[in-house]
Structures are given as C-alpha cells and as structure tokens.
Ligand binder design. Structure first.
Ligand SMILES: O=C1O[C@H](COP(=O)(O)O)[C@@H](O)[C@H](O)[C@H]1O
Length: 255
C-alpha cells in the first residue's frame, strides 16, 4: 500500500465513527505487540468526539493495554479547565474517564484559568513534547486524529490565518480565530505531518466543499486540510454527505 491519500465512505456519521473506532483498537493492539507504548494525538469537534465515544462503547475496548497509551491533543480552545467546550473535557467524558489510561500519560494543553499566558501555554506544550521526545522536538506520533471544519481548518490551523504558515515551531498560539473561542493553541502543520498515520474524520454536507477542494489540489493557505499528509498513511473517513464532491477515482472503499 502506498501513502496516497485514501477516502473511505460510510453511510452516516455513526457507522463512520464505529469503523474508525474498530480500526483504532486493532491498530493499537498491533502496535503494542511490537513496541512499548503508543502516542496518539486526539482532535476535538463533533466527529472526533463521536469516534472516542464509539471506542468507549466497543466490546473490544479492553483489548488495549491503556496503561501504555500516551494521549496528546492536536489543538485546544483557550478556556478554563473543565469548560465543556474544551477538547480535553470532551475527550475525558467520551473515553479517557472510562479506561485505564495513566494520568501522567495524558497531555492536555494548559487552560486559561491557570498561571500561564496563551504564549506561555504554547511554550509549555512545546517543552512537554520535547521532554517526551528523547532528544527530538516531539515524540513519534503513531496515530493522529483530525477533524475538519467546513472552512477546511484542521486542529486550530485556519484558512488565511498565520498559524498555517508556521514551520519553525511545534506549537502555535492562535488569536482572532474565525471559529469561537478566538484564542486557541495548536500543533503546527509540519508536526502533524510527521505523524505515522493521520486519520481524518468528517461528516455532513457542510464539509463536502472543503474536502472536494482539498483533494483537488487547493492551496494549504486557503484550505488547510489540503496540506495534510502523514508519513505512512493518510486516510479520510467520511460519510456520504461529506463525500459528495470527492472525485470518484479517489474513493478507495464505499461501505
Ligand atoms: O474547533 C474545532 O473544530 C474542528 C472541527 O470540528 P467539527 O465539529 O466540525 O468536526 C476540530 O477538528 C478541532 O479540534 C476543534 O478545536
């Protein structure tokens, strides 16, 4: 199999989430057979959270040795700890609170009610990444989940917004985000793209145009998801509505 981008089309959001959850569990079990631990980057957003819920609801969930899973986030909304709109809060409720992940292996971004400024929080996360990296700038990410906004944003890298162009840092602070809240933190595009596997999850007709443009070769500046490419695999898990503008020859499987 090559690293060409693959699109897997599912009937609806629920079957997409179930399929991605099953693939995640199988892949993590396989990886943990071959290596000591795995690094997973989580996303926020409606579909990303539905995937975590599907993992939690799977009868195969406990085949993973969760004590060897490290969790990171691709982005976070700059809000107080526990705010229901924080990606961390949603991921904890959907999955983390229900499995045996070791708390010190959970790496949320700082929150706005803590001692750090937004820029300080970006620096702190960059340091946390490098401490876990054994000499590099960040750990090797085995699996990175990404949601995609209707405007084509990934993590908190928005179209026509400076963060998408940053290549000399691992983490950026984002101001004046077009999607609320206005302040956010995000991994940068080169860091996301150094993930072994990137699994993108999109559902709904409001995502169709961004996905179609990205796969047709739009510029990363205008449609950030166009610039996403993992080292080994880049797979788009989509529902039929989101797939409406995907060229037929790019659809690897239609369930
Ligand atoms: O704000 C965000 O939105 C995107 C996409 O969310 P969705 O609800 O349209 O799927 C998400 O990927 C990102 O992590 C989040 O902060």
């Amino acid at each position: 199999m090559t690293n060409a981008r693959r699109v897997l089309v599912h009937a609806d959001k629920q079957s997409l989430a179930g399929s991605l959850a099953a693939r995640f569990i199988t892949k993590v079990v396989d990886l943990l057979d071959a290596q000591h631990d795995v690094n997973v980057v989580l996303t926020g957003g409606s579909v990303g959270t539905a995937v975590l819920e599907a993992i939690n609801e799977s009868s195969a969930r406990d085949s993973i040795d969760w004590s060897r899973v490290n969790l990171w986030w691709g982005d976070e909304r700059w809000l107080p700890a526990g705010d229901p709109e924080r990606n961390e809060t949603q991921a904890r409720a959907a999955l983390i609170d229900h499995v045996g992940v070791i708390e010190s292996n959970v790496h949320p971004f700082a929150s706005s009610d803590g001692p750090l400024t937004l820029d300080g929080a970006a620096e702190e996360y960059a340091t946390e990444l490098s401490v876990a990296a054994d000499g590099g700038a960040h750990p090797r990410f085995d699996i990175t989940f990404l949601g995609v906004g209707p405007d084509g944003h990934v993590a908190s890298l928005f179209p026509d917004h400076p963060g998408i162009q940053v290549t000399d840092a691992t983490v950026v602070s984002v101001r004046n985000s077009p999607k609320p809240p206005p302040e956010r933190l995000s991994l940068t595009l080169p860091v996301l793209n150094r993930s072994d596997r990137i699994w993108l999850a999109l559902a709904g007709s409001d995502k169709a145009s961004a996905l179609g443009l990205a796969l047709a070769g739009a510029s990363t500046w205008e449609v950030p998801v166009a610039g996403i490419e993992g080292r080994l695999r880049t797979v788009f898990f989509v529902d039929r509505d989101a797939a409406a503008e995907v060229p037929g020859e790019l659809i690897a499987v239609e369930y």
